[in-house]
Structures are given as structure tokens and as C-alpha cells.
Design a protein around this ligand. Structure first.
Ligand SMILES: Cc1cc2nc3c(=O)[nH]c(=O)nc-3n(C[C@H](O)[C@H](O)[C@H](O)COP(=O)(O)OP(=O)(O)OC[C@H]3O[C@@H](n4cnc5c(N)ncnc54)[C@H](O)[C@@H]3O)c2cc1C
Length: 363
């Protein structure tokens, strides 16, 4: 019987581990070191990602909707019917008065505003605002999806050894795993984890990335505690959402997140802001300023561009079964398999990719 080695325990890795186990395969999941939220400078932008069990999603705001490619929407719908935490929209009592007024103001201006779909148990959520590391266990974590019979190894994969277009061995920090003839490897180590691992293994993968760049438009209003990102205002190329920034934690702020271009280099840790990105950010900031004025507030400052959804680095190199070009038993299924920025929460699209991959799995 095939054994599938999955490197990475974010939404992609955990969902694939669950589905392949349900299909009767033997699965080994390598989680990486952590848990840890990494903040890394990619030249002019700060990039955030999570390491360890749960991956970046461990630090999510709980947003879980579908804003991915149309072809994957049915896969997403199927995945969430089986998700261990139901998707719900936040009730009024976890929103602040500012949020409720913002939602009304956006609708009065004819904007498309919705309560964000969340994988959060609102019977447990108190609206304390500490969503990053929810102290009430209300927020979904991908490791909740892991069946007991998945072998979990809490170690970091340093290198893949390959021969004749096949992965033959995984070199971890504390041990080596030798693959049998029929075994396969799925890389779900996220961005920059997957391209970094391929590069360390001598597989050239220098590639541009998206990051769903964002800034915070910080107002003069003091903010009381409340759920982070309870409401999303959608425009084509960007979205706005109330979100506290650690730089100004006592201020009411709107996050402006854009669909940025694929630019720079994962290998060189560069993520330049293009002229088109700057225009989108400026348009979003102007709208945020208008909404804050409707609340009787004004803008005090705007933070520098950052990104918490890095990805898109390998889509061009994958076939329909997510096989990496030049290899028989090596697949990439994670945020790198998306070929463009969504400018929206990514986990829904990543679950859909994982569901699509396991649908196509030949074993
Ligand atoms: C602060 C923050 C908030 C966010 N909020 C939201 C939100 O509310 N909604 C949303 O949809 N998206 C959100 N995102 C984005 C989302 O979490 C990520 O896009 C998504 O988790 C990526 O999934 P993934 O499975 O591709 O990789 P990841 O979740 O990044 O997981 C990568 C996994 O690979 C492991 N790994 C890496 N390198 C190695 C190695 N060499 N060996 C072994 N293991 C390795 C890591 O330890 C980790 O387990 C947020 C991101 C951040 C950082």
C-alpha cells in the first residue's frame, strides 16, 4: 500500500492528511518547527507566516469563505460541510459600536458590506479581540481535522533526496525517512516553506510571489475590545475590514487589503510594491477615510505595506494533478498552487485545492 508523506501541517497539509486517510492510505505528516508566528522583511514589505502544527492558519482571524477560482467552488462547498467547526457569521454582540456603525455607513453609501464568514464557535467567542491566539478555543485550527491514525512527526524537513525523477528520501533534523517504490510526497509547507525546501534540495524554484498586501488606516477613535475583521467591505481590487494593528493597539483602524501583482523573489526575500499595487492601496485608503468620516472620525496615520498571505510561487510548474514538473512522486498542494492573488482570505481556496487534489489522487 502507498504511504504518503505530507510536509506541512497548515490547512492544505491537514486536509489532505484527513482525506487520504479516509480513502484508506497510510499518511505521515511532518509539521515543521513551532508554533511560531514569523515576521520577516521582504525588502520593502513585511511578510508574516506561521510555522508548526496549524501553520499560518493557527494565527488566522478565523475568516473562512470562498474567494478562489470559480472551478474550485464546489470542492470548497463539499469541504466545509465536513469541517469540524461550522462556518458562521458573527452576531451583533461580538461587534463594537464602531463596527455596527461602519457596517451601516458602508451600506448607506451603496457599498457591498458583509459579515465575514468565520470558522469560529460563537458560543465560545467572547469578542475579546485576541483572535490571533484565541484564548477560548473558539477558533478553528487545521490540526482539529487530523484523524488519530495519521502518523505525526514534529520535525523540520531539511532536504529531499531525489534520483531519476523520484523523491527517495526525506532528511529531517532528527531522522531520515527512506521511501519505498510506491510512496509519494506532498509538499504543503506554505510560502516561503515549500520553495525554500525545494531550493535546499537543489531544485531551482526562484519565483515571484503575491502577499495580499495590506495597510492599516488608523483613526483617532479609541477602540474597545471586539472580534477582529467582523465585517468585510468588498471592492473589485481590494477589501476593507476593521482590524487592530499592534503598532496602534488602542485605535480603531481599517485594514485595506489588495489583490497585488506577483512580483519579486521568494529566494531573495524581495516583494516590491508596483505602481498598480500602490494605486489600489491609495484607492482603498481613500474609501477607508470616507467611511471613517461617516463615523465622525479622522485618519491619524497609515501603516507601511505588509502581507500575511504570501503565495503563488509554484503554480506555473504544476500539472493538473499538482505534480511538480520533472518528478513522478512529488506534488505541491498549498498556497503556492494559486496562480494569482485573491486579495481576500485564502484558507477557503486552499481547502478547495486540497479537496481537488485528493479527488484526483489515483490510489
Ligand atoms: C496572522 C495571519 C492571519 C491570517 N488570517 C487569515 C484568515 O482569517 N483567513 C484566511 O483565509 N487566511 C488567513 N491568513 C492566511 C492563511 O493562514 C494562509 O494563507 C494559509 O494558512 C496557507 O496555508 P498553507 O497550507 O499553504 O500553509 P501554512 O498554513 O503556511 O502551513 C505551512 C506548514 O508547513 C510547515 N513547514 C514549513 N516548512 C517546513 C519544513 N521545511 N519542514 C516541515 N514543515 C514545514 C509549517 O510548520 C506549517 O505547518 C492569515 C495569515 C496570517 C499569517
Amino acid at each position: 500500500m502507498t504511504r504518503v508523506y505530507i510536509v506541512g501541517a497548515g490547512p492544505a497539509g491537514c486536509w489532505i492528511a484527513r482525506r487520504l486517510t479516509e480513502l484508506g492510505h497510510r499518511v505521515t505528516l511532518i509539521t515543521g518547527r513551532g508554533p511560531r508566528l514569523v515576521r520577516e522583511r521582504f525588502d520593502e514589505c513585511l511578510v508574516y507566516y506561521g510555522l508548526g502544527p496549524g501553520g499560518s492558519a493557527r494565527y488566522s482571524m478565523g475568516n473562512l469563505g470562498f474567494w478562489g477560482p470559480k472551478r474550485l467552488e464546489r470542492r470548497f462547498q463539499r469541504a466545509i460541510t465536513d469541517l469540524s467547526t461550522p462556518i458562521e457569521r458573527p452576531p451583533d454582540d461580538v461587534l463594537t459600536d464602531h463596527d455596527l456603525r461602519l457596517e451601516r455607513a458602508a451600506r448607506d453609501l451603496g457599498l457591498k458590506a458583509e459579515r465575514a464568514p468565520k470558522a469560529i464557535d460563537f458560543n465560545r467567542c467572547t469578542g475579546c479581540g485576541r483572535c490571533l491566539e484565541c484564548p477560548h478555543r473558539a477558533k478553528w485550527d487545521p490540526t482539529r481535522e487530523l484523524p488519530d491514525d495519521v502518523e505525526v512527526i514534529e520535525d523540520h524537513c531539511l532536504e529531499l533526496r531525489t534520483a531519476s525523477g523520484r523523491v527517495t528520501e526525506l532528511i529531517l533534523e532528527r531522522r531520515r525517512l527512506r521511501l519505498d517504490e510506491d510512496d509519494a510526497v506532498v509538499l504543503s509547507a506554505g510560502c516561503p516553506g515549500t520553495p525554500d525546501l525545494l531550493r535546499r534540495s537543489g531544485i531551482e524554484t526562484d519565483a515571484p510571489l503575491f502577499a495580499d498586501l495590506y495597510v492599516h488606516v488608523v483613526s483617532n477613535l479609541r477602540t474597545p475590545p471586539g472580534l477582529q475583521m467582523p465585517v468585510i467591505v468588498h471592492e473589485d481590487e481590494y477589501m476593507l475590514s476593521p482590524h487592530r494593528t499592534s503598532r496602534h493597539p488602542d485605535r480603531y483602524a481599517l485594514m485595506v487589503k489588495i489583490r497585488d501583482e506577483l512580483t519579486g523573489s521568494v529566494a531573495e526575500r524581495r516583494k516590491p510594491v508596483t505602481a498598480a499595487d500602490a494605486t489600489r492601496l491609495a484607492e482603498g485608503c481613500a474609501l477607508a477615510g470616507e467611511l471613517l468620516r461617516e463615523l465622525g472620525a479622522h485618519v491619524e496615520t497609515v501603516t507601511r505595506p505588509a502581507g500575511a498571505h504570501p503565495g503563488g510561487a509554484l503554480a506555473e510548474r504544476l500539472d493538473r494533478e499538482y505534480g511538480l514538473e520533472g518528478f513522478e512522486n512529488l506534488h505541491v498542494v498549498d498556497v503556492n498552487a494559486l496562480n494569482e492573488a485573491l486579495g481576500r482570505p485564502t484558507i477557503g481556496a486552499i481547502l478547495a485545492l486540497a479537496e481537488d487534489f485528493t479527488d484526483r489522487w489515483p490510489g
